[in-house]
Design a protein around this ligand. Sequence first.
Ligand code: AMP
Ligand code: ZN
Length: 122
Amino acid sequence: MKDCVFCKIVKGEIPTNFVYKGKDVVAFRDINPMAPVHILIIPKQHISSLANVKDKDKDTLGMIQVCASKIAKKLGIDNAFRLLIASGEKAGQSVFHLHYHLVGGWKEPSIKMESEPGGLRK
Ligand code: AMP
Ligand code: ZN
């Protein structure tokens, strides 16, 4: 979609530090990390939010979780990571191309379940 920053990343129009490039899914480092490791995993296809997924998206959504597991292992954070999704502006979504935040690598158990993605940035 025109004017979507993550579509531009998929098309290579914005220089990006990719950690994974697949058929339907890519992953890259967040420019404003909220954790020692902060990766964004996105479908290549433009889907605006988790509220707007369709039955046909189920394989892509499944692949995102498989990627999260593989990337966590590859980056050595598979003993401490979270996969977070904000859906809707009031839930903290700021980029309206579906993305999963893979955050992790903490050395201490300091993260609370009720924290939302933006709240972890402090
Ligand atoms: P959210 O607030 O859940 O929609 O998350 C959007 C995320 O995208 C934020 O963590 C931003 O730091 C990140 N972000 C925005 N633009 C870029 C970019 N060009 N490259 C990498 N991450 C980005
Ligand atoms: Zn997009």
